[in-house]
Design a protein around this ligand. Sequence first.
Ligand SMILES: [Zn+2]
Length: 473
Amino acid sequence: MTGAARTTRAAAIAAALLATSALAAPVTDADRALGRAVVTELVAIPTVKGNGQVPTLIAAIEKRLKAAGFVDADIMRVPVSVDGEATAGLVVRLAGRGKAKPIALLGHMDVVGAVPGSWDTDPFKPVEKDGYLYARGASDNKAGVSALVTTFIRLKREKWVPSRDLLLVFSGDEETGMQTTKALVKHPLVATAEYALNSDAGGGSMEADGSNPVFAIQSAEKTFATFRIVASNKGGHSSAPRPDNAIFDAADAIQAVRTLRFPAAFNEITGPMVESLAARSPGAFGSALKTLLANPQDEAARAVAERNPESALMWTTCVPTMLAGGNAPNALPQTADVTVNCRILPGTSIESVQQTLQAAVDKGVPGDAKPKVTLDTAGTASPVSPVRPELFAAIRRAVHANYPGAPAEPAMSSGGTDGREFRSQGIPTYGAGSLAMVRVIDSRAHGANERLLLKSFDKELVFWDTLLRDLGS
Ligand SMILES: [Zn+2]
């Protein structure tokens, strides 16, 4: 494209945008009150695994959607039985006028449990205090679900018809197994989605006074695999020790894991992430990152970079997390068992990590009875979702509607969202939540006294309104 063509095109986009925003009804105080009522209602429903409450939560959402004009045919439950519990996913269609593939808008309706006694208030009786809503799920992810539901209600009442179908796609067990997610991805409407935007990933952080907001567009995830390394031995009496010994073998296997290095690798998401991390990191860490970007094999730079856990986005990691062995204080051990947890870069298979671990153990443990590496549990591996300049520009415009000029850059997260199930089935997925939390002090998802900064939540209505009108017109 020539510079002139680019300018003409930018002008056309700007004009189209102006036209859309002129038509759009602004988010009002009544809308914000509705959003807060929805999130307060949803956090009070304890959708922890085993409680059977996801269908109750779906009923609450359905009631509000129907009151706004959604018909039964556009509200689709996807029932799934998980460990004997009847749960479900939910798909809601805001019907479009065109034939372009739909856009899926993701959230999850379940929450993790709360440790009794660790909260200052009842986690399922929402309390509003000092501008925060305190409740389990307030931030993860009922804020996202509520902002999307409220936006759909507003758009429906306004009789706004998008150019293509927009789908709410809410899972019912994201925190525990993603069986509902797997079922949702196969739903005939959802399976045709061009891409998905996940309210449960991405997001922002800022200082307590609201300054320096920074946003991420999650475009890739690491996956995980947990392996067991088991050393076996015929055992015997501890008064007659031999060189072969299961615990010594396990110790050598641990040493092999300690020195094992998976290669540094950069993809189109993590390359720019490391560049910007290097630019804002002073001292030895920053210069080690710059060296690694130029030469991923530089061992000295790697040794420096590894002291900072943020470096883990450059490589697959494996670390021992549990240890068991021996059968009596006066017996030679018959087994020793090391648990190793790995966080695996997109594009690296779980099998290849297992093979690499086994090869390292075989090399590091002397003798013929090599400990065996077996896979215990693993997440779904997913590819990187490609950078989409037009979509990312739309996400930035929506972020800037609330936070002018704030950076919003693609990012890889260390794993654990519905996005990986969508990506693994060929639907590119982007964490596009823009909920801005106060850095460090508001990071309470899964922990005690989880809370939602209400003035940031209010802004989510503007974010989704701007983004959906932009993408759907
Ligand atoms: Zn979540």
